[in-house]
Design a protein around this ligand. Structure first.
Ligand code: UDP
Length: 417
């Protein structure tokens, strides 16, 4: 399976993976998160597990579950940790803990290294801690300015892990454990990112009634306020004053996100009556459709107000499509302003940059191709896999004497200046 990446990923990364995997034969890595579909974490794990297994390392992926009230609380935690306003009652914390406790009784924790993803399952290890297992907590959200009470609560659990992993240095916290940086990744061979023929792209745009002869602006995101879909519509309206363009807002729900329907209704209301705005509700397995939309796009938007990383940015850049994105969270590690896209802070700023890209197609293409190279060097699944293997080795064979865990993952220098 690794061989399939030979002409795509940097050769040094593939060599490193083979060497590291030899040391880890027969070992098990176990991932635990809160959804099998929807959102970036599930997107990565779906591809990661078979690839890890193909190297002779066992990979398990377990998912916690709970009643709707659990997801309401965890979504409120998620929003608060990303800096949103929120009020919590003692009951919310009780609901959360009771559900995690039930999951701890149900799940088998069986990895040599256990990676617990995001706040939802963070307290699992409080209730079940297998002897000898090394457990790390991985944070995929933007915790640069977390809600104090919720972070204090979460920190009590996180502090007992062997290490915490963040996407970018800005998310690092005051913690008594080592903190590592590992950036997420995309799989260039998945249906979401593989090459498509022009006919395949047109088949998708035709299916939705999108006109490929006119410029197309695309944002692919869960319907979530932090993704600012209303800000995207506002930017599009400003651009429409001078360009006859179309806007596609494509998204589906995630099992662990109960707010989606409400935000979708707001977006539909804001878009109503404009035949050039396409609000597409996509099924969870619409990978080829998303791939095609990101390729058909003249510009991809990711106008987030908070963002852990923004896989959709890497996906678009990989396809050579320039990106206009919010200057938040992990996005600036992917988009270098004016080099492979633009970073923006408002709908007006987004409209300004969109107008530039629509009126300078040559520069837009050049930006897109720089974006692809940046992703190739830094954000492919192979680099990510290497970092996980390094993590396993560091957990299993590192000694206290060697000091804090150190990884080199997620180098972020721009590929072309
Ligand atoms: N995605 C999808 N269907 C949708 C919306 C998003 O498959 O309707 C995918 C998207 O292509 C990306 C991931 O889900 O791979 C979202 O990851 P990102 O880091 O952009 O945001 P998150 O949802 O994790 O906040």
């Amino acid at each position: 399976m690794l061989e399939a990446y030979r002409d795509i990923a940097p050769q040094t990364t593939l060599d490193e993976i083979r060497a590291l995997a030899e040391v880890l034969q027969g070992r098990t890595i176990q991932h635990i998160n809160s959804t099998r579909s929807g959102g970036g974490v599930a997107e990565i794990l779906r591809r990661f597990v078979p690839l890890t297994e193909s190297l002779g390392i066992r990979a398990r992926w377990d998912v916690i579950s709970g009643p709707p009230e659990f997801y309401e609380v965890t979504k409120a935690f998620h929003n608060a940790l990303q800096g949103g306003e929120a009020d919590f009652a003692a009951r919310d914390f009780d609901i959360y803990l009771a559900c995690v406790k039930e999951n701890a009784a149900r799940l088998t924790l069986a990895g040599d290294v256990i990676v617990v993803h995001d706040p939802q399952p963070a307290y699992l290890l409080e209730y079940t801690r297998p002897d000898g297992a090394h457990a790390v907590w991985r944070c995929h959200i933007d915790v640069s300015r977390p809600h104090e009470r919720v972070w204090r609560f979460l920190r009590r659990a996180v502090a007992k892990y062997e290490a915490a992993i963040f996407h970018v240095p800005q998310f690092a916290q005051d913690l008594p454990i080592p903190q590592l940086l590992i950036a997420p990744s995309i799989d260039p061979l998945s249906d979401k990112n593989r090459e498509l023929t022009d006919a395949e792209v047109t088949a998708v745009t035709d299916r939705f009634g999108i006109d490929r002869r006119r410029p197309i602006l695309v944002q692919v995101s869960r319907f979530d306020r932090f993704k600012d879909p209303l800000g995207v519509i506002a930017a599009y309206r400003l651009v429409r004053q001078t360009f006859d363009c179309q806007l596609v807002l494509a998204g589906g729900g995630a099992d662990d996100d109960p707010e989606g329907a409400e935000v979708l209704a707001e977006v539909q209301a804001a878009a109503a009556g404009d035949p050039d705005v396409f609000v597409l509700e996509l099924a969870a397995d619409s990978h080829v459709a998303i791939n095609a939309l990101q390729r058909a796009a003249t510009v991809v938007l990711q106008k987030s107000l908070r963002e852990g990383f923004g896989l959709t940015v890497a996906e678009a850049l990989w396809k050579g499509t320039p990106v206009v994105a919010g200057a938040v969270g992990g996005i600036p590690t992917q988009v270098f302003n004016g080099v492979n896209g633009f970073l923006v802070h408002s709908p007006e700023g987004a409209a300004f940059r969109l107008r530039y890209l629509l009126s300078h197609p040559k520069q837009a293409r050049r930006m897109g191709s720089r974006g692809r190279e940046h992703v190739r060097r830094n954000f492919l699944i192979t680099r990510h896999l290497r970092d996980y293997l390094l993590l396993m080795i560091t957990c299993l064979y590192g000694t206290k004497a060697s000091g804090p865990l150190q990884l080199t993952g997620g180098t972020v220098e721009p590929a072309v200046r």
